[in-house]
Design a protein around this ligand. Structure first.
Ligand code: PXL
Length: 279
C-alpha cells in the first residue's frame, strides 16, 4: 500500500501549482513522494510577468546516476510541466531503468489551457509530450491539451460529438487510459471523462464554479495519482480527485485577495477523510 512515487515537474516557488501541490497531496494520500524538479521559477507563468526560469536539466544525469547507484526503484512516475522537450528522454530512461515490476507511467501533459499553449512551449514540445503519452498507462489532458495532441482545433462548444472525436483520436494514437478534464455538457456543469481503450467510458458530471483558477489541473492530477496508487480504480480516483478539486475551488472562490491559485491546503482533511472512508 505504501508506494514510492516520483513526480517530475517544475518548482514554481510561489503559485500553488506543480510540485508545491503534488508533494503535499501525494503525502496526504499516504505515499512517499520523490521529486525531480524540471525547472525552478519564481512563480508560475499563468498570471505573472517578470518570472525567473532556470532549467534544471543539467542536474538530471547526476541525480539519475546517484539513484541508480543506490538501486532506488519507483512504483509510479507521474509527470507534469517539464523544463524542456529533451526531458522526455530522461523520463523514459528513468521509467525503463528505475521502476518496480508493474509500475505505472502517468502523464499530465500540462502545457496548455483555454485554447492556448503556456508561454514558452511550442509545437516541438507538443510532439515530445505526445511521445511520452505513447509510453504512458494513463494520460490526464484537459480539452486544450487533447486538441493539441490530436491536431484538432480547439472549441469552447463542448458537445458529445466533439468529445467523442477527441477520445477516438487519443485512443488511435495512444494505448493509455484517458482521463479528460473539463468535460461538461450542461450549462453550469463541468466534469471528467474516463475513457478506456476497450471502449468503456465513465463520465462524472459536477457543478462548475464560474471562475478559472491556476493550478487546479495539477491539484486534480495529484489527487488522481494519490488515490489511484492507494488502490482506487480509475473511475473512483477520477471522482475523488474531482470532488477534492471542487472543494479547493469553493474554499477560495469569493476571496478577492487570493487569485493566483487555490487554497488546496484547507481541503486536505476532506481528502484524507474520503480516502479513509473508502479503504
Ligand atoms: O499549472 C500548470 C503550470 C505548472 N507550472 C508552471 C506553469 C503552469 C501553468 O501556467 O506556468 C510553471
Amino acid at each position: 500500500m505504501y508506494k514510492r512515487i516520483l513526480t517530475v515537474q517544475d518548482i514554481s516557488c510561489l503559485g500553488q501549482c506543480s510540485i508545491t501541490v503534488a508533494l503535499p497531496i501525494l503525502s496526504a494520500c499516504g505515499h512517499e513522494a520523490v521529486i525531480l524538479p524540471s525547472a525552478v521559477l519564481s512563480t508560475h507563468t499563468g498570471c505573472f510577468t517578470g518570472f525567473t526560469f532556470r532549467d534544471l536539466s543539467p542536474d538530471f544525469d547526476g541525480i539519475i546516476k546517484h539513484w541508480t547507484d543506490e538501486s532506488i526503484k519507483f512504483d509510479a512516475v507521474y509527470t507534469g510541466y517539464l523544463g524542456n522537450r529533451n526531458q522526455v528522454s530522461d523520463v523514459e530512461r528513468i521509467f525503463s531503468t528505475l521502476t518496480n515490476p508493474g509500475a505505472k507511467l502517468i502523464c499530465d501533459p500540462a502545457m496548455a489551457d483555454h485554447g492556448k499553449l503556456y508561454c514558452g512551449f511550442d509545437g516541438d514540445y507538443v510532439k515530445s509530450i505526445s511521445r511520452l503519452c505513447e509510453k504512458s498507462h494513463i494520460i490526464l489532458p484537459n480539452i486544450t491539451e487533447a486538441c493539441l495532441l490530436c491536431g484538432i482545433p480547439y472549441s469552447e462548444n463542448i458537445t458529445e460529438e466533439y468529445v467523442d472525436k477527441l477520445t477516438e483520436c487519443l485512443h488511435e494514437k495512444f494505448s493509455a487510459t484517458v482521463v479528460l478534464t473539463g468535460v461538461g455538457f450542461e450549462k453550469e456543469k463541468t466534469g471528467v471523462l474516463v475513457s478506456y481503450s476497450d471502449g468503456r467510458k465513465f463520465h462524472y458530471s459536477h457543478k462548475r464554479i464560474p471562475q478559472a483558477f491556476h493550478g487546479t489541473g495539477d491539484i486534480y492530477s495529484s489527487a488522481f495519482v494519490g488515490a489511484y496508487m492507494r488502490g482506487f480504480d480509475e473511475n473512483g480516483a477520477a471522482k475523488l480527485a474531482a470532488d477534492y478539486t471542487i472543494k479547493c475551488i469553493e474554499n477560495t472562490y469569493g476571496d478577492g485577495n487570493h487569485k493566483y491559485g487555490v487554497k488546496f491546503e484547507t481541503a486536505i482533511p476532506d481528502l484524507i477523510n474520503v480516502l479513509m472512508l473508502n479503504l
